[in-house]
Structures are given as C-alpha cells and as structure tokens.
Design a protein. Structure first.
Length: 385
C-alpha cells in the first residue's frame, strides 16, 4: 500500500516546492489570462499606429507580469504596503492603457480587482475591490463607447474580486492553522521532555544520593573495617540494580504507544497526505496495556502504509468490541480505496503478528472485497495468553 508525495499535488495554503507544483499553480493562474484576448485583438486589428502597438504591447507585458507575481506570491503573505503599492500601479496601468487605446482595455480592471482580493487581507480587499470597480466605471465613462462594456465588466470585477478575497482568507486561515498545529506539537514535545526530566529525577535522585553516601562510607571503612565496607558495597550493588530496573520500566512506559495518541497521529498524517480520514472518536475502556500497545503498533504500521504506498483517497479506521465464543475481543480494522495488492510478509507485518500473538491476538491483511487493502488486528480483552 502506498502513495508518493508528488502525486498528491499542492495542498491548500502550502507554498509550491517542486517544479510540478509550481507548474500546476502557474497553469491555474494563467488560464484566466484568456480574457485578455480582447485587448490583444485590439492591438492586432484595432488600427493603431506602430508606436501605439509597441507601447501597448509593452504595457500589457508589464501589467501581466506584475499581476502574475502578485497573485503567485499571495500565499506567502507579502507586506500589505507592498501589495497596496502594486495594486495602485496596476490600476494606473489599466487606466492609462484604457484611456489611450480604447474600451477593450477596460478588462484590465477585472484583473486589478482579482489580484487585490487574492493578495490582501479581507479588511483591505473589501475596499480595494470596490475601489477598482469604481475606477473601472469612471474610466468607462471617459473612454469612447466604454459604457457599452461596463455592464459586462462590473459584475466580474465585483464577483471575481470578492471570490478571491474569500479564497485568500481561507488560504491565510489554513496557514495559521498549520502554524498553530506546529506550535502545539512543539509545546507538547517540550512538556513531554519536562515530564521525563521530572520522572528521571524522582527515580534516580534518591538512589544516586544513597549510592554516593554509601560509597563515601565504604571508602572511610576500608582501611580498618573491611567487613562493614563490604556491607556498604553490597548495599550499593542492591540500590544500583533497583535503579536500573526502575529506569528500564520508565523507558518501557515512554516507548509504549497508546491508541488515542496513534489515532491523533493517524488523523494528522492522513490529512497531510490528502487522504480523507474516517476515524473512531472513542477507544474501548479498560484495555490491557499490552493489548492496547499491540493494537496501537498495528494502527501506526497500517496508516504508514496507506500514506506511503496505497495511492488511496480515503481511509477508514474502525475499533469495535465483539463477543465471541472465546470471550470478548477488540478488533481494529484499517481499510483504504487504494491500488490494493497482495500482503507480502515483511518486517512490518511479521513484527505486528508477533506482537499480537504475544497477547493472544491475530492479524490478517490483504486486498479488500472490491478495491483497496484492509488490515484486521484482533486481540482479546482479557490477559494475553
């Protein structure tokens, strides 16, 4: 099961990184330049002088370049003053070209409205879109026969500008959510480090202090009282062994995954990969630690395979408790709608099978009924056999 990162395209609010992603975004932005066919046709067949054609062509090239830069970099949150200056320059270009070359060039104001809506926060774009539309109307009245084009341009300028303002706000909100999620993850990691430091201090502080004290006592007793020094050394060995046991138990607890934690991680991983995730909201209560750990490892391995190898667009995870003749069992099912394929025994599936067998459970994995792949992990709710 798997999926390549490049095949998933560009996520909303994420800056293009690969050439393919940049090409896709450029294509979506450039397709709207089709509406510049009117001024282009006017340059070719409008009866303008050679000088006017050259200047008009240069003006359009500068306008389009500036527009593409402004819209293509919208997701990077350019400084508002720079965007406002760019919108003002685009407006001046649109007005100058319309007044000098004719009504066909009024369509440039639609691009001014769209670019301002895409690149500016909503509190600014609501006014710049209205301003660009008002400037469009004023210029249309100043251009010969410009009012004939006015009705067909005002609505696209308003609707396109406000639509892009909404999309721009959605992109900025998505970026903020990603940043907030990264901050929460960092804070959680910091809290976990602090917890580990507190636990290790509580575990080893007393033991190490006792070892230090008894070592000093043994050092003083060695010349004259070797028997008493030997007892202190024996105590040091006993305390050291107990400290080692405590540390191993603590580390084992840190390494043990939990189902709530793995479900949260699965949701994040699947969403980041563009896979629609359907996950359970609750975990069965009073699961034995070893059983929960085995199921959590199974969930992690299955979701990793979905993200890396399946090419799926949807992944469904279910966690149910069933009553069987051998007693109650809990079943974890991870299924996707990817390319499917046969389950080849490898380190991942072999390790999961061993973990589940250690708690009296079973693992089955293979193609789903119609399409995709399914992993089913079953473990008893009682103690492992």
């Amino acid at each position: 099961m798997g999926m390549t990162d490049a095949s998933r395209g560009l996520a909303v609010g994420r800056t293009p990184e690969t050439r393919g992603q940049k090409a896709v975004k450029a294509l979506w932005i450039s397709v709207w330049l089709f509406y510049l066919s009117a001024p282009v046709n006017d340059l070719v067949t409008g009866g303008h002088s050679t000088g006017a054609r050259v200047l008009g062509g240069l003006g359009m090239a500068v306008f389009v370049t500036w527009y593409l830069i402004l819209v293509f970099r919208a997701a990077r949150q350019m400084p508002v003053p720079r965007v406002l200056l760019s919108v003002a320059v685009l407006s001046a270009q649109a007005m100058l070209l319309s007044l000098t070359l004719g009504r066909e060039w009024l369509v440039l104001f639609v691009y001014v409205s769209i670019s301002s809506g895409a690149a500016l926060p909503a509190r600014y774009s609501r006014w710049t879109v209205l301003g660009a539309t008002a400037l469009l109307a004023a210029t249309a009245y100043a251009v010969p026969d410009g009012t004939a084009y006015l009705a067909g341009l005002v609505i696209p300028a308003l609707m396109g500008g406000f639509a892009m303002a909404g999309i721009g706000q959605m992109i900025r909100t998505t970026i903020e959510l990603r940043q907030a999620r990264a901050t929460v993850a960092q804070l959680a990691a910091n809290e976990e480090r602090l917890r580990m430091a507190r636990d290790l201090h509580d575990l080893l502080g007393h033991s190490l202090s006792l070892i230090t004290l008894k070592s000093e006592l043994a050092g003083r007793m060695l010349p004259e009282r070797p028997e008493a020094a030997a007892r202190q050394v024996a105590d040091i060995e006993r305390v050291s062994r107990q400290a080692l046991v405590d540390v191993r138990e603590a580390v084992s607890g840190y390494r043990r995954p939990t189902l709530p934690g793995e479900l949260a991680g699965a949701r994040t991983a699947l969403t980041a990969a563009g896979v629609l995730a359907a996950l359970p909201s609750e975990v069965p209560e009073e699961l034995p630690e070893e059983t929960e750990s085995a199921l959590a490892w199974s969930l992690r391995e299955a979701v990793t395979n979905v993200v890396r190898h399946s090419g799926a667009t949807r992944c469904t995870v279910t966690l149910e408790t069933r009553q069987t003749l051998d007693g109650p069992v809990v079943e974890l099912t991870v299924s996707d709608d990817g390319t499917g394929g046969q389950a080849t025994p490898g380190n991942g599936l072999t390790g999961l099978t061993e973990r589940l067998e250690a708690v009296g459970g079973t693992l089955s994995a293979g193609p789903a009924d119609r399409r995709g792949f399914r992993l089913l992990a079953r473990a008893p709710l009682g103690s492992g056999s």
